[in-house]
Ligand binder design. Structure first.
Ligand SMILES: Cc1cc2nc3c(=O)[nH]c(=O)nc-3n(C[C@H](O)[C@H](O)[C@H](O)COP(=O)(O)OP(=O)(O)OC[C@H]3O[C@@H](n4cnc5c(N)ncnc54)[C@H](O)[C@@H]3O)c2cc1C
Length: 431
C-alpha cells in the first residue's frame, strides 16, 4: 500500500496498487486488468484538488511517466500533449516552440488532464476555462478501448469529457489550441474596495484578464489587470520578484497566518495590516510568467461560479457574513471572471460567470464559513468548482446543469459498471 495525500491535506487514500504506465497500450492494459478483476481505478494528477475527487480506493494510475508534447501542428498552432504533463512543463515546451496558452489559472503544478477534468480556469471576460482550449481528446474507456473525440468525432463524448471529472475514462492525450507566444502587461495595485465593487463589470470588460483579492477585514483590494501588449518585455528584477512574491506573499503572509492561527483574536487586525501593506507593481513578461504564481502557504478553498450579474449580491452578502462568523478568516477572497461555454459540466456552461473563491489557512476552522458561503451562492444558482470544497450532491447539481442528465447518459454508456467511480463521484453523479 502507498499512502497518497492531496496538496491541502484534505484527502488521503491507501490504494492497494499504484500503476505507472508509460504509454497508451499500457494504460489500456491496466484498465482492462482492473475492470476484469471487478475493482475500480482512478487516474490521478498532481493532487491539487481540495475535494477527494482523485481518491483511489483499490487502484490508482499515476501518469508521471507519460508526459511531454507528443506532436505539433505548427500551421494551426495546435499541440498534442500526453496527459501526465504538468502545466509547468507544458508552458516551458510551448515557449520553446514559440507558442502559449490563451489563458491559465494561478499555478502551474497541475497536470493537463487533472486541470481540464475539474474545469480549472483563469480569468478573462472573453475567455473560457482551460477545457475550452481543447480540440481533441484521446481516452481509454472502461472496456479498454482507445477512442478519440472532438467536435466532429463522437461529439457527445467530447461535450462530456472535456470537463469529465475523471468519470468517463483515462485521458491519454489532449490536443490544445494554442497561439503564438505573447507578452502580457501586468498592473497590480491596491484600490479601495468600494471602487472595485462599483467598477467591477467595466473593469472586467475593458481588461483581457481582470481579478481582485480582498482581505475580509481590510478596506483595500489588490487588483490585477493583465493585458496583451506589443511592447518589449520588461520583467520584474529577480530581487523585486523575490521580495514581492516570495517574501511578502509567502514568507511574511505565512508568518501572519501562523500568528493568527495561534491567537485567533488577532486575525482581523492582521488582515487589516496585510490589506494596508499591499503594494503596486507593473511589469511586462511572457504570458505564462504573468499568469502563474508560486503558492507556498497551504490553505483550503471553496469556489462558486455565479451568473456574472449576481456578483454584487454575493459579495455584499459575503462581506456581511464574515464579521458574524464564530471563527475569523485569515485568507483573502479571490474574484475572477470567465466567458460562457458549451461544455456540459463546465461551471461556466451557458452563462458568463464570475468566480468567487474563499480560503482559510490550513489548520484553522472553516466549516461554518464554507457552509454559509455555499448558502449565499445557492441563492443565485452558484455552481461549485469540481476540485474545490463543497457539499452538493447529484440531486442539487442536476438542477444547476441543464445537460447533467446527458452527462450521466454518456457515462452509463462508456462506463456502465463504474470502473472509474469513487465515493466523491457517487455523491456528485449519483453512482
Ligand atoms: C494552490 C492551488 C491553486 C489553484 N489554482 C486554481 C486556479 O487558478 N483555477 C482553478 O480553476 N483551479 C485552481 N486550483 C484547483 C486545481 O486546478 C484543480 O483541482 C485541478 O484539478 C488539479 O489538477 P491535478 O493535476 O492536481 O489533478 P488531481 O487533483 O490529481 O485530479 C483531479 C481530477 O482529474 C482526474 N484526472 C487526472 N488525470 C486524469 C486523466 N489522465 N484522465 C482522466 N481524469 C484524470 C482525477 O481522476 C480527478 O478526478 C488550484 C489548486 C491549488 C491547490
Amino acid at each position: 500500500m502507498s499512502r497518497w495525500t492531496n496538496w491541502a491535506g484534505t484527502a488521503t487514500a491507501d490504494p492497494q496498487r499504484v500503476h505507472t504506465p508509460r504509454g497508451v497500450d499500457e494504460i489500456a492494459d491496466v484498465v482492462t486488468t482492473v475492470a476484469t478483476g471487478g475493482r475500480r481505478v482512478r487516474p490521478r494528477g498532481s493532487g491539487h484538488s481540495f475535494t477527494p475527487i482523485a481518491l483511489a480506493e483499490t487502484d490508482a494510475i499515476d501518469l508521471d511517466g507519460w508526459a511531454g508534447i507528443a506532436a505539433v501542428d505548427a500551421g494551426k498552432y495546435q499541440v498534442t500533449v500526453r496527459s501526465g504533463t504538468t502545466l509547468r512543463r507544458l508552458n516551458a515546451e510551448l515557449h520553446a516552440l514559440g507558442l502559449g496558452m490563451s489563458n491559465l489559472g494561478d499555478i502551474d503544478a497541475q497536470t493537463i488532464a487533472g486541470a481540464v477534468s475539474t474545469g480549472t480556469h483563469g480569468t478573462g471576460a472573453r475567455l473560457g476555462g482551460l477545457a475550452t482550449q481543447i480540440v481533441q481528446l484521446e481516452l481509454v474507456l472502461a472496456d479498454g478501448s482507445v477512442v478519440t473525440c472532438s467536435a466532429d468525432q463522437r461529439p457527445e463524448l467530447f461535450s462530456a469529457a472535456r470537463v469529465g471529472l475523471g468519470a468517463l475514462g483515462v485521458i491519454t492525450q489532449v490536443t490544445l489550441q494554442c497561439e503564438p507566444s505573447f507578452v502580457l502587461s501586468a498592473q497590480e495595485r491596491p484600490e479601495p474596495l468600494e471602487q472595485v465593487f462599483d467598477g467591477f463589470h467595466e473593469f472586467a470588460q475593458e481588461n483581457d484578464h481582470f481579478e481582485f483579492y480582498w482581505f475580509p477585514y481590510g478596506s483595500n483590494a489588490l487588483v490585477k489587470r493583465n493585458n496583451r501588449t506589443d511592447a518589449e518585455r520588461a520583467p520584474l528584477s529577480r530581487a523585486k520578484q523575490f521580495v514581492d512574491y516570495e517574501i511578502m506573499e509567502n514568507v511574511a503572509f505565512g508568518t501572519l497566518c501562523r500568528i493568527g492561527r495561534t491567537v485567533p483574536r488577532l486575525v482581523p487586525t492582521l488582515g487589516r495590516f496585510a490589506s494596508a501593506a499591499l503594494s503596486a507593481r507593473e511589469y511586462r513578461d511572457h504570458s505564462h510568467r504573468v499568469f502563474v504564481t508560486h503558492r507556498a502557504v497551504r490553505f483550503v478553498e471553496s469556489e462558486f461560479a455565479v451568473p456574472r450579474e449576481s456578483v454584487h449580491h454575493v459579495l455584499t452578502e459575503l462581506r456581511a457574513l464574515v464579521p458574524r462568523l464564530e471563527n475569523p478568516v485569515a485568507f483573502p477572497v479571490e474574484v475572477r471572471v470567465a466567458a460562457s461555454d458549451d461544455i456540459w459540466l463546465s461551471t461556466a456552461h451557458g452563462r458568463d460567470s464570475a468566480y468567487i473563491a474563499i480560503h482559510q489557512f490550513v489548520g484553522m476552522p472553516y466549516l461554518e464559513y464554507f457552509r454559509e458561503f455555499a448558502a449565499i451562492a445557492a441563492e443565485v444558482g452558484g455552481r461549485p468548482h469540481w476540485g474545490k470544497m463543497h457539499n452538493l450532491d447529484a440531486p442539487a447539481l442536476r438542477k444547476l446543469y441543464p445537460r447533467f442528465d446527458d452527462f450521466v447518459r454518456v457515462r452509463d454508456d462508456v462506463d456502465p459498471t463504474g470502473v472509474f467511480s469513487n465515493p466523491y463521484l457517487e455523491r456528485v453523479l449519483g453512482r
